[in-house]
Design a binder for this molecule. Structure first.
Ligand code: UDP
Length: 354
């Protein structure tokens, strides 16, 4: 299959690219490198630097590389940022996403897998959450992902798209090549590991008065390798059947509290990791745990790496191997040295997404 991975230089995108390439697929990466990293794109795939809102450029790339299917991992994805600037999220995640759908329609590409989120459920009425449960996001991040799912559904109905939306919960871990490197970093596990390396003095625990056994939020974590495999299975599943949007939750069905994560990180790293309690962070639901039964049954997905220990061990190994995160200058020099290795710069556009 010839696959375009939009947002393929980010954490989830770059690790999925590795899985797709290993499975023998031809991959093109499209990313604006605002939060993605040039150095996260493994050798082989062509990297096109462009904006998701640039419909014309996307359509050109889809045609030029004779793309069969798209994996869409390009989104703004921080709850707190979305609360502070909802317009940014609607512009990027909804308007940008619709430009991608229209580019696909223009190029005659109708197979799409989308990286969605558990944030579409808001505060769930029951856990584990099933796909048919009520969606009622409590932050613009979740609302914009849900709005894009709505657009996908109508592109399926009106334009024959076969689309799959994968609702993830929290992603962790690393591959040999790629791991988590955000600036600013807001996610729990990388911040805990920052404290372990001495980069941070202590981890802040947001909220200790949630209705959970230890009072801290409970989250369902999936290893980024297991997510890559889910993307592969979902892309393959869009090959046949009637036009539709199918939705699958991806989680490990085992929730861990923020305190449990910090404790497990102390064990894995052998470092003390001081913690301090703070008040709740705006927009955080108390418990998010998924039922992945549907993905297991229909896609044949089995998470194999998603124990807390394995995710922390892999994330810690990557962190120790990349103490300053990605070095994009090395990647740029590598490209210059090899003349043209297929990577190219795209045209600028108005919508910034990675
Ligand atoms: N969290 C925390 N301290 C931090 C970062 C996160 O206590 O420094 C908590 C956060 O409030 C949430 C959980 O850890 O309950 C996971 O947050 P993260 O930002 O990693 O992912 P999210 O669930 O927002 O996607």
């Amino acid at each position: 299959m010839r696959i375009l991975v939009v947002g393929g230089a980010g954490y989830v995108g770059s690790t999925s690219v590795e899985t797709l390439v290993r499975a023998g697929h031809h991959v093109t990466v499209y990313d604006n490198l605002t939060t993605g990293h040039r150095a996260a794109v493994i050798e082989g795939p062509r990297l096109v630097v462009g904006q998701i809102g640039d419909r014309g450029h996307l359509e050109h790339v889809l045609r030029e590389d004779r793309i069969d299917a798209v994996l869409h991992c390009a989104a703004k994805s921080l709850v707190a940022e979305s609360m502070a600037d909802p317009g940014l999220y609607y512009r990027n995640n909804v308007a940008g996403g619709v430009a991608l759908l229209e580019a696909m329609k223009g190029a005659g590409v109708t197979r799409l897998v989308f990286s969605s989120t558990a944030a579409v459920y808001g505060e769930p009425r029951r856990v584990p959450i099933a796909e048919a449960d009520r969606t009622d996001p409590i932050n613009p991040y979740g609302a914009t992902k849900l709005a894009f799912e709505g657009a996908m559904r109508w592109f399926a109905a009106s334009h024959g798209f076969r689309a799959i939306s994968l609702r993830y919960f929290n992603v962790a871990g690393a591959t040999e090549a790629n791991g988590e490197d955000h600036d600013p970093e807001t996610h729990l596990i990388p911040l805990v590991l920052n404290v372990a390396t001495g980069e941070g003095s202590h981890i802040q625990i947001f909220g200790q008065d949630y209705p959970t056994p230890d009072g801290t939020c409970i989250r369902d974590f999936v290893h980024v390798r297991d997510l890559g495999n889910a993307h592969l299975l979902a892309l393959e599943a869009t090959g046949e059947g009637d036009p539709s949007l199918e939705v699958y939750n991806l989680g490990s069905a085992a929730g861990f509290s923020v305190r449990e994560v910090v404790e497990a990180a102390r064990k894995v790293t052998g470092r003390s990791i001081p913690a301090r309690a703070l008040k709740r962070r705006v927009g955080d639901p108390p418990v998010l745990v998924a039922s992945s039964r549907r993905a297991r049954r229909e896609l044949g997905w089995t998470p194999r790496h998603s124990s807390l220990e394995q995710m922390l061990t892999d994330a810690w190994r990557w962190r120790l191997a990349h103490p300053r995160g990605y070095d994009d200058r090395v990647a740029e020099e590598r490209e210059r040295a090899s003349g043209s290795d297929g990577h190219e710069r795209g045209v600028a556009a108005s919508v910034a997404v990675s």
